[in-house]
Design a protein around this ligand. Structure first.
Ligand code: PRE
Length: 267
């Protein structure tokens, strides 16, 4: 529902340059959503079950909004797309739109790091991004619960999509160097797989680019690039360094570990 990648065309969907371009586009989406979120205080209450009373539900306000949003978006086929993973699969409904038929590009797998992502989002990403910008620091308390949770849902969904794109990256790398990967997978060498999918040059460039983006997107153009921006640039870079890239790599490795199931390579 954000930047489009053509998942109906297997050749394009597995072209590493094309995938990296999509990941780059998602940097923009994620940075903008984070800029929106940090306008509001950290608001820890909205992540606690029962923190905000919700008629007929024991969920936190954040989970409730995420669940309701997923339920609504399932109606317009969001979760038919192979790059979308719901946080609340039980909330999904049958689409009101005609089903789309995506070619099978990925090997069947059950890799899903959403639970881990949500924990890290609440306990690591938000506290570090909101610290400097949260109004608590200026002596104000919690406010704008609905607005903050609305931003959270959009941001978390974009992060999840970006991270699960790791499956396409891994499939692409597997097809490029099949013999090498088959050997590592057969040996269950997860460290070797981790090393094989890592490209330090790409990561370094990404973090440098992200720093520039966070500074540029968080600055009013009429003020030049000096002065206080709308977002803590280091928090954006940290988010990628400590959570987004590691979880993407985890998705890649876990996907590859399932890549030989049901194939003739699995001797
Ligand atoms: O672009 C790749 O090759 C990826 O695997 C993606 C990614 C990332 O998360 O951005 C992850 C691992 C690599 O070290 C480089 C970048």
């Amino acid at each position: 529902m954000d930047a489009a990648i053509d998942l109906s065309d297997a050749t394009k969907a597995l072209d590493l340059e094309n995938i990296r371009f999509q990941l780059m586009r998602l940097e923009d989406t994620i940075t903008f959503h984070l800029i929106e979120r940090v306008q509001f205080p950290l608001n820890p209450t909205i992540y606690k079950p029962g923190g905000v009373q919700i008629p007929g539900s024991n969920l936190s306000l954040f989970d409730w909004m995420l669940r309701e949003q997923e339920s609504l978006q399932s109606l317009v086929r969001r979760y038919q797309s192979p790059d979308e993973y719901p946080f609340f699969p039980s909330a999904l409904q049958a689409p009101i739109l005609q089903p789309l038929h995506y070619p099978r590009i990925l090997h069947p797998n059950d890799v899903d790091v959403n639970k881990d992502l949500k924990e890290k989002y609440i306990h690591i990403i938000l506290p570090s991004a909101c610290r400097q910008f949260g109004k608590e620091d200026r002596g104000e308390t919690e406010e704008n619960y609905g607005s903050a949770a609305t931003c959270d849902v959009a941001l978390l969904q974009a992060l999840s999509r970006r991270i699960h794109f790791g499956k396409f990256v891994a499939e692409s790398k597997f097809r490029q160097e099949t013999d090498r990967f088959v050997g590592l997978i057969r040996a269950a060498d997860t460290e070797g797989l981790h090393a094989a999918i890592t490209n330090e040059t790409v990561e370094k460039k990404l973090l440098e680019r992200l720093k520039l983006k966070a500074k540029a997107y968080g600055t009013d153009p009429s003020n030049g690039l000096g002065g206080q921006g709308k977002i803590d640039v280091d928090a954006v870079v940290q988010m990628y360094k400590e959570t987004v890239i590691p979880l993407t790599k985890l998705v890649e490795v876990e996907y590859l570990m399932q890549r030989l199931e049901g194939t003739s390579w699995k001797a």
